[in-house]
Ligand binder design. Structure first.
Ligand code: SAM
Length: 314
């Protein structure tokens, strides 16, 4: 089956466009625009950079291929999104609004193959907005719920609504490197079968702060990075300290990334691969099974910049 992916793009006429980080302190609250609402459904929207489209596209590509390939091989499939946002976003450069990751998955032609979808965000207002959008779609096997990636007990309670012997796909989309490795470890061990797609936001976070966090034990984000990485001795290694004083930060960030992949492999996520999204982040795929990786590679073969049409295998 061939299908063009539709994010219900439209120009938002009230967007003041190109707000810089300083301006966004006035015009947004937790990245939700205070100036305009969606012209599609009159609900609040999230202000994002243009590269958000690449993330949505790549996630949807994988979702389509994964769900089609797995739908008859398992008793059921679940989709979980941690850091869901409100469902619709606005590209600050152009003022164009589009469906965010959560709504794009719910409207994906292959969402029919999903038994249950749960969307988690720590912000109560965001979850209320997302739940209104889910209601507008008349979907009854999906809901948003308040949860925090720093609180494993809450996550466990949320996950208890999902059947344990289903195959789970989890997408984790934080704005910085603050999802503790313990949380990833917990998710992997809680679900018997789970594949991860994760945003690894190095360009907005690590590049600016990692060298400082290694050189200075009182650096504000040091503890956050240590918890995220899951290796206590990384910051003490001689070769890492040597990289931290070099003017070019890329190599240091690369070492950190390699260490993160090593840690994922150590908890059974042996098959990892990443896709660069501009200079801001990596979309990281991690699975315990080679089939997952095979599907990921297949799904990422079309570049979002060159091709806005998605081909779904039937
Ligand atoms: C990058 S946005 C998500 C965007 C969304 N996935 C999309 O593409 O449309 C990150 C979201 O993470 C949420 N968040 C931040 N810290 C969190 C935490 N500790 N636990 C859960 N969600 C969190 C924020 O409220 C925000 O909505």
């Amino acid at each position: 089956m061939k299908s063009t992916y539709n994010l219900r793009e439209r120009i938002n006429h009230k967007c003041i466009k190109k707000c810089n980080p300083e301006k966004r302190k006035e015009t947004t609250n937790n990245d939700i625009c205070k100036v305009t609402k969606s012209e599609l459904d009159r609900l609040p929207i999230r202000c994002v950079g243009n590269w958000a489209y690449q993330k949505i596209y790549r996630l949807n590509q994988y979702f389509g291929i994964f769900s089609n390939a797995m739908k008859n091989k398992w008793r059921g499939l679940n989709y979980i999104e941690l850091c869901s946002g409100p469902g619709r976003c606005i590209l600050r450069k152009t003022g164009e609004e589009i469906d965010g990751t959560s709504l794009s998955i719910l409207r994906h032609p292959s969402f029919n193959f999903i038994k249950k979808a749960i969307f988690i965000d720590k912000d109560e207002t965001i979850i209320k907005i997302l739940n209104k959008r889910i209601k507008n779609l008349s979907i009854n096997n999906a809901y948003g719920v308040i949860g925090n990636y720093n609180d494993i007990d809450i996550l466990e309670n949320i996950f208890s609504d999902l059947e344990k012997d289903f195959l789970n796909l989890i997408f984790i989309d934080p704005t910085d490197c603050s999802v503790p490795f313990e949380t990833i470890k917990f998710i992997k061990s809680y679900f018997k079968y789970v594949d991860f797609v994760m945003n690894f936001p190095y360009g907005t976070d690590l590049i600016r702060n990692l060298h400082g966090a290694i050189q200075n034990i009182t650096w504000p984000s040091r503890v956050k990075y240590l918890k995220f990485l899951g290796s206590n001795d990384f910051f003490e290694r001689k070769e890492v300290k040597n990289l931290a004083v070099l003017p070019n930060k890329q190599q240091l960030v690369l070492e950190f990334f390699i260490e993160y992949i090593k840690n994922l492999k150590s908890i059974g996520l042996k098959y990892c691969e990443s896709e660069q999204v501009k200079n801001y982040y990596m979309l990281l795929f991690a699975s315990g099974h080679s089939k997952g990786l095979e599907l990921w590679k297949k799904s990422q073969s079309i570049n979002p910049d060159e091709q806005r049409e998605i081909v779904f295998d039937d």
